[in-house]
Write a protein that binds this ligand. Sequence first.
Ligand code: GAL
Length: 373
Amino acid sequence: MRTPTRRVPVPVAATVAGLLVLSLAACGQEALGGSRYKPGKSDGVTVGLAMPTKSSERWIADGENMAERFREAGYATDLQYGDDKVENQVAQIESMITKGVGLLVVAAIDGSALSDVLEQADDAGIPVIAYDRLIMGTGSVDYYASFDNERVGRLQAQYIVDALELGDPAPGGSSRNIELFAGSPDDNNTKYFWNGAMQVLKPYFDSRQLTVRSGQTTLAKAATLRWSGETAQKRMDDVVTRSYGQERIDAVLSPYDGISIGIISALQSAGYGTAAQPLPVVTGQDAELASVKSIIRGEQTQTVFKDTRRLAEQAVQMGDAALTGKKVRVNNTTDYDNGVKTVPSYLLDPVSIDRKNTRLLVDQGYFTEDQLS
Ligand code: GAL
């Protein structure tokens, strides 16, 4: 039997990260999230963890970290991956509800496709935490744990501006070529990453210091269904062939490491990656091992590190507090409106990584020295 007051242990590896969490928490709001759940039935509770896919190492780490932390806090766990198929995820959540889980933590494949199944969770009195990706169009979601998604986009775009040494936006400077990629159109995060990046890049489009020669400048055109690297590779192939003859691509805004890998392959096939024709600046997100190694090799230029251990801890703290009737700590109660309600959120800070600071990932115990060598 678990004791309701038991604290979630801080993982040994997360020393620096832990301090960051604490300092963020110290300046964050203390707020009651307003769970619809009536606490008190916490004995032998199983937590359902519905993750989107195993095709990306981050989601494997997210799921495993959460399962471990929830178990340390005294819960049983049911961890399922949806193989990026909406119907799988819905079926998995339905089965978790039928089996009587006490809490659901969901990283949605399609943020708008879970209303019906979450209504069943609501009817069963099961609190729901949206993990990393907000669940849209339903009142049946209690909390959201994520990173500051708009800031992710701003970090990527600012990196490009700085790397190309564009300075302040001003007409008359030499124009550089950029191509734009966005995430999956059904992932609510996509528009935050995109909007954050566009806040930074738009003045440079207006001043004509940056040009998108393909003309594919809208989110709809730049979107990459299911964040597929293969889809991005095909689009990059096509863009290089159609829009770049003698002209050179100077930068590619990529929202995610898996997409960056596809983009870089297409560019290498088109002859980029030599001393005469170096690769453009290519951004990314998630600090996945393959991309961090690519950064060290001088291929991908940048990524955004979002420590999945800290996010997992956050979700566990929220879930444990909701289940035991404690205050659920949030630090944003205004920005994440899912169309039905503004979901009380806790947002962590993302960190930009390039060749100069990959060391931080070793110092923080995210990767070992050996993994990066
Ligand atoms: C997003 C997430 C990113 C990246 C992407 C593809 O929802 O915020 O960090 O993982 O999915 O998996």
